[in-house]
Design a protein around this ligand. Structure first.
Ligand code: CP
Ligand code: NVA
Length: 324
């Protein structure tokens, strides 16, 4: 039986992604990003339509750091599509220690259909992509978290009904999650404001990329040190941990630097009256977000987490599916 994707506008627009890597949101065009979001929406609406389309496909998930959402969402997504994912912990394969990164990539290339890797150094996921001809997905590196951004923009569109012209305020660290949100905002026309303490702003090259790719100057992320200024009138208020995985030694220094950057009810009240709160999770109540915010009806964090499954499915179908 030939397994073909249902021919919809969404899957058609995703066809340029077949066989490619997703190391960064910057690997996508605006059209591809919006097509992935549209495909995820259809997958969520009518999952039965896509069942079995990746029958026999296998994905190796490599983790150098812990994960709940990324690991489970890729596993469940591929299982629902008829394929099989296997998770490889650091002690199992010893990426770059027991064995050279390139040799791991070349070996998996012969055994599975795709690799998703969560690494400390972004160069590690790049080295895997270099070594393997199969699609390699960045499942979070120190630089970016493209799979999270896909789910986040899908969630924003699902809840607000639009992306173009939406105002997203990110309060906190200019980290991997922020970097991917900034690049995607430029592509889809979301106006993003970012409040970070001095020294913790997003990377300059990320901001430059966003400026170059934004369709209007307003769509390029604006950075301030004032959470109040960033949140003023926002439709979406987003935050993430102050201490990303791998930064544990800087924990105390970071907690001091980010004092005053907690998303509280008082801060959220400066946003639009129907503003939503987002967080990629895991969250730290009493640090980057107050319990009164994350546990309130304005918080959509678990819908956001669930949506990882739908966008992971869209991504896997786009990279591994076949269309006639
Ligand atoms: N948001 C996210 O990527 O969660 P995990 O670290 O649990 O995978
Ligand atoms: N910035 C966080 C995201 C976790 C999903 C980290 O890298 O730990």
């Amino acid at each position: 039986m030939s397994l073909t994707l249902p021919v919809t506008a969404a899957t058609g627009a995703c066809s340029t992604l077949r066989g490619r890597d997703l190391l960064s949101i910057r690997d996508l065009t605006r059209r591809e990003l919006l097509a992935l979001v549209a495909l995820a929406a259809d997958l969520k609406r009518q999952p039965a339509r896509y069942q079995g389309l990746l029958s026999g496909k296998t994905l190796a998930l490599i983790f150098e750091k812990p994960s709940l959402r990324t690991r489970v969402s890729f596993d469940v997504a591929l299982h629902n599509l008829g394929g099989h994912a296997l998770s490889l912990a650091p002690q199992e394969i010893g990426l770059g220690q027991r064995e050279a990164i390139g040799d791991v990539g070349r070996t998996l290339d012969r055994m599975v259909d795709a690799i998703a890797a969560r690494t400390f150094a972004h160069e590690t996921v790049e080295a895997l992509a270099q070594a393997a001809s199969i699609p390699v997905i960045n499942a979070l590196s120190n630089v970016s978290h493209p799979c999270q951004a896909l789910a986040d923009y899908f969630t924003m569109r699902e809840i607000t009904g639009r992306l173009d012209g939406l105002h997203l305020a990110f309060v906190g660290d200019g980290n991997n999650v922020a970097n991917s949100l900034i690049c995607a905002a430029a592509l889809v026309g979301v106006r993003m404001t970012m409040a970070s303490p001095p020294g913790y702003e997003p990377r300059a090259e990320v901001l430059q990329w966003a400026r170059r790719h934004a369709s209007t100057p307003q769509d390029a992320c604006r950075v301030t040190s004032s959470p109040e200024e960033a949140v003023d009138g926002a439709d979406v208020v987003y935050t993430d941990t102050w201490i990303s995985m791998g930064q544990e030694a800087e924990a105390e220094e970071r907690r001091r630097a980010f004092a005053g950057y907690e998303v509280t009810d008082a801060l959220l009240d400066r946003a639009a009256p129907d503003a939503i709160f987002m967080h990629c999770l895991p969250a730290h109540r009493g640090e980057e977000v107050a319990a009164e915010v994350i546990d309130s009806p304005r918080s959509v964090v678990f819908q956001q987490a669930e949506n990882r499954v739908h966008t992971e499915k869209a991504l896997l179908l786009a990279l591994l599916g076949s269309e006639e």
